[in-house]
Design a protein around this ligand. Structure first.
Ligand SMILES: NC(=O)C1=CN([C@@H]2O[C@H](COP(=O)(O)OP(=O)(O)OC[C@H]3O[C@@H](n4cnc5c(N)ncnc54)[C@H](O)[C@@H]3O)[C@@H](O)[C@H]2O)C=CC1
Ligand SMILES: N[C@@H](CC=O)C(=O)O
Ligand code: NA
Length: 440
């Protein structure tokens, strides 16, 4: 049978990885797909570099629209990133009746609803395994393997760059900027690395996961986002002393609220018990925990970033499309796992309404009665304490650090209690609050 013809937009880290894995494993892939998968044209900004990376094996063009409008091309692979041009190209490819593969989580988290609706109407597939947790087949697991379950929650280390930074800083004592540069050199970081370190990339991915897990629209604008730039070394140290690790987690969870159900959608540094598997996921590795009502907890682990791990997911999508291209569109897996007419609109909760445990660090005067003041404020706010650690004041110091871990409580209770604690004359400066999840 004739090869399926692919046009590649962008020959950067992932584009180059896709080209080389597809060439290296072409025979194996052909045996799986039932026919060859051939990149016939690429578009790039740097034409010379693209020619080198594609070893003169295909046409190299400057204008990406030349590819999306080429009648010979069956599948367009979008690997340029960003929202604007990428969206135009993807929409044009769909309008031209081409299937699309994209690794672009930013695009899907913002415009997924429109893109999937257009693809559905046109009867083409938009595949995006590489967009969440790189090479880990988490989209496949959620859309296909776990369809019997009511998904309760998902919690994942879904940004390789930040996990790499946290691991290297802790293990090798390197500084933030040095490790970030290394993550960029290794092809893990986004073109704009603030997306990684400020939690935006993880929020793009958590948004996509929430849609597939719960059958709700993609709603990036409702995600709560905190990155790792404000995390302090002292909290990483105290967390270790208490038996926890701090990871940047993306969390999507069903929650019972007054009047029904809501969804928590949040990304922030999180304390996790050190004995949990996920707390021991290091470097650029990703791990996603999924709790289903029938299966219980499952964990998906692997390389979440980098040229070839991401190419692994891009090519898996190419194989899926090749196998299904001739199937009746009605028989394909729905883009967001649920049939388009069966999506629901469970509300994403404001942060004030989420429920979790907390790590609170405060600097207090080392004098009698301070602890009683703190515990009174917490008790008044219905916050119960799970553990406490008080450090000895350093030689000649009159102040010391107190760290409190709370049981489950609502964020609004904690915020109100912190306001009162910060107003005490015995407390110096701000209280540091980090959320804590016990997980499975
Ligand atoms: N690097 C990684 O580990 C992962 C990246 N992704 C996603 O994959 C996509 C690509 O990422 P990378 O390869 O890392 O980025 P990159 O910055 O290395 O590559 C993007 C390439 O596209 C080219 N480009 C930009 N605009 C273009 C245009 N209009 N026409 C033609 N070429 C254009 C750039 O010159 C660059 O070579 C992004 O959406 C990213 O979020 C997803 C998972 C992992
Ligand atoms: N910049 C991202 C790349 C993969 O999605 C990351 O670091 O995880
Ligand atoms: Na993936």
């Amino acid at each position: 049978m004739k090869s399926i013809k692919v046009g590649l937009l962008g020959v950067g880290n992932v584009g180059a990885g896709t080209f080389s894995v597809l060439r290296r494993n072409q025979e194996e892939i052909r045996r799986r797909a039932g026919r060859g998968i051939e990149i016939v044209a690429v578009s790039a900004r740097n034409l010379e570099r693209a020619k080198e990376r594609t070893e003169g094996q295909c046409k190299v063009v400057a204008d990406p629209f030349e590819i999306v409008n080429d009648p010979e091309i069956d599948i367009v692979v979008e690997l340029i990133g960003g929202y604007d041009t990428a969206k135009e190209l993807v929409m044009q490819a769909i309008a031209n009746g081409k299937h699309v593969v994209t690794a672009n989580k930013a695009l899907l988290a913002l415009h997924g609803t429109e893109i999937f609706a257009a693809a559905q109407a046109k009867g083409v597939m938009v595949a995006f395994e590489a967009a969440v947790a790189g090479g880990i087949p988490i989209i496949k697991a959620l859309r296909e393997g776990l369809t019997a379950n009511r998904i309760e929650w998902i919690a994942g280390i879904i940004n390789g760059t930040t996990n790499f930074i946290l691991s290297e800083m802790r293990d090798k004592g390197l500084d933030f900027a040095t490790v970030l540069k290394e993550a960029q050199r290794l092809g893990y970081a986004e073109a704009d690395p603030t997306f990684d370190i400020e939690g935006v990339d993880a929020a793009h991915k958590a948004t996509i996961l929430s849609a597939i897990a719960f059958g709700i629209p993609v709603q990036f604008d409702k995600a709560h986002i905190e990155g790792i730039t404000k995390l302090q070394a002292i909290d990483i140290k105290y967390a270790e002393q208490l038996g926890y690790r701090i990871k940047l987690l993306g969390i999507a969870r069903r929650a019972k609220v007054e009047g029904g159900e809501g969804i928590e959608l949040r990304v922030h540094p999180t304390l996790i018990p050190a004995k949990r598997l996920i707390a021991n996921v290091e470097g650029a590795m990703n791990a996603v925990l999924v709790q289903g009502d029938a299966i219980g907890a499952t964990m998906y682990y692997g390389k979440g970033a980098g040229p070839e791990p991401t190419a692994s997911a891009v090519i898996a999508d190419l194989v899926d499309i090749t196998r299904l291209a001739t199937a009746d569109p009605e028989h394909r897996v729905p883009h967001l796992a649920f049939q388009p007419n069966a999506m629901t609109d469970i509300k994403i909760l404001p942060m004030a309404d989420i429920t979790t445990c907390y790590y609170l660090r405060m600097t207090v005067a080392d004098r009698p009665g301070v602890l009683a003041e703190l515990t009174r404020i917490l008790a008044d706010g219905s916050i119960s304490i799970d553990a406490m650690m008080q450090k000895e004041p350093a030689e000649g110091e009159t102040h010391t650090d107190i760290i409190l871990l709370t049981h489950l409580t609502q964020e609004k209770n904690v915020v109100a209690a912190i306001d009162k604690i910060e107003a005490l004359s015995s407390v110096v400066g701000k209280v540091t609050k980090i959320r804590l999840e016990n997980l499975a």
